[in-house]
Structures are given as C-alpha cells and as structure tokens.
Write a protein that binds this ligand. Sequence first.
Ligand code: G3H
Ligand code: 13P
Ligand code: ZN
Length: 330
Amino acid sequence: MTNYKDLGLVNTREMFAKAIKGGFAVPAYNFNNMEQMQAIIQACVETKSPVILQVSSGARKYANSNLLRNMARGAVEYAHELGYDIPITLHLDHGDTFELCVDCIENGFSSVMIDGSHHSYEDNVALTKKVCDYAHKYDVTVEGELGVLAGVEDDVSAEVSHYTQPGEVEDFVKKTGVDSLAISIGTSHGRTKFTPAQCTLSPDGILIPPPLRFDILEEIEKRIPGFPIVLHGSSSVPIQYVKEIEQYGGHLPNSVGIPEEQLRKAAKSAVCKINIDSDGRLAMTAAIRKVFAVHPEEFDPRKYLGPARDELKKLYMHKNIEVLGSAGQA
Ligand code: G3H
Ligand code: 13P
Ligand code: ZN
C-alpha cells in the first residue's frame, strides 16, 4: 500500500474550498505519458496554479500503474525543482468499479471518481457510498456523477445526454458522502460535442454550439449551496488546431467544443473542477503533423514530441490564465 501523502500529493478538499471561495476552477488535465506530464507541470508551476493530474482506466492500462505512481511522485519533485510547490492531486478519471477505486487508492491516488451515472439511481447511490466509505478511511476524496454526458466515457458511450435532475442532488450527496459531484448540463466528451443539426452556422461557416444549461446549474447550486461541482467534457476544440491538423493531412469533420466564455462563466460559480483532455490531444497532434509535413527527413522522436510538448504547455497556460482563472491561486 502506498499512501498518497508519502508521494507529496494532496486530496481535493482544500483545493475545492479555495476554488469556490475564489471563483475559479482547478484544471483536471488527463495524462498518459511523460511529455504530457511535463507540459502540465511546467504550465501549472509557471502560472502558479493547483492541478489535478487525471488518469483514466485506459491510461492506466497504457502506462502501467507502477510507472504512473512514480511519475506522480516525480511530478511533485519536478515542480519543486522548477521553483514552486503547487498542490498536485492524482485522480482516477471515470472509475467504473469499487475494485478499480481500491486498487488506485492502494497505489498512491489521492482522489478517485466513481462513475455510477450509467446505473439506476439506487445502484449509483449504493456504489458511490461503498467507494466513499473505503476512500475516506485513507483521506482520499471521491467524485460521483449524476446525469449522463453524450459521447464516450472510456468504454461506455451514450448517444444523447441526460441532464442532471436538480431534485436528486441533495439526496445523492447526503446518502453517499461524496466530496464533489460531476453534473450534466450540456458538455460532452470528445471533439464532436454536438451534431451539426444541434448547432447554428456562423456567416463564415463555423458551427456554433447550443449554450450550456446554466439554469440547471443554478438550480443545483440552490439545492447544495457551496458544494463542489465538476464539469467533464469541457474541451473547447480550438479551431486553429483542427485547421492545422487538416492542413497537414488529418481529417476531423464536424469538430465542435464548448466556447471558452461559457467555461469562464462556469468557473466563477460552484464549478470548481474542469476536465480537459481532447484539447491536449488536438494540440499534440497538430504539432506532430506539422513537423512530419514540414520536415519529412526528421525521425528523432524528440524532434516531434518536443514541439508537441511546447504546444501543450502553451495551451495549458492559456487555460489556467484565461479560462479557468486558476493562475496565481496555488
Ligand atoms: O473522459 C474520457 C477521457 O478523455 C479519457 O479518455 O479513456 O481514452 O483515456 P481515455
Ligand atoms: P474532453 O473530451 O472534452 O476533453 O473531456 C475530458 C473529460 O471529461 C475527462 O474526464
Ligand atoms: Zn469525463
């Protein structure tokens, strides 16, 4: 058993309390490899932002849990070496079973998500409570989810979203003992968050998505005042990356994300954790495709992973400063 405290990590409790009070959201960035981890830590140290390093079960299979644990320990030491000790959480993204959550808690995670949103309400409550009862013995914080996002969440995919029902949140929080709650108010996973039919078209041919359901968020905040809310599926799918990827041979039709102004508005509310993965994938892919197209003679991985890492860092700094408001809050 490795306790996260021995790795220099923190749980989300204090982070979220500060985020709600300060009107910002803590970034939760997914990572699978060293370059992503370096970019996240460099960006968050330079902007003095707290950060949640987020690992999906797919990432765990890809990267190996022993390596991940030691990468998280390395991240803490790396931030220190860069000159500023930011709070760092290692979080399981979309945990789907009690056993997976236990395994992560035993392997140094300081926070886990148990995503029971695809179960019946009663089963979601029972599963989330079971995880909370176990996790809290080790001072590990737990994120639950109510409502279903459209798109792919690891191996589970849903064609349509089911918004969170505000009438359920108070009972869910009380019965489970959960520390934060992911809700569905119109965000979704991946780079095609809406179908073209759901969007309007701007005069220059850009898809404009429907606005987030801030009315549902407000209703939820009224029922559980001051309780930490989480937004998944919050990539903005920047058009410049999509264009660059397509310019250099990629094909990403119907790409559309959540406009940054809406995320900024959400971050000022009880939303205190915002999940971003797809934008990082786009930034890396754009940078790598460019190197391959412009320098076809290049075959040293550092020559294309290096620029990808630089682009990622730029993206994360922008998110912390301009979108989430987490810069300067560490
Ligand atoms: O919500 C899903 C995250 O973007 C993680 O994606 O399961 O492909 O690692 P993944
Ligand atoms: P995006 O696909 O919008 O980046 O969402 C990531 C996410 O919610 C991870 O849990
Ligand atoms: Zn998610």
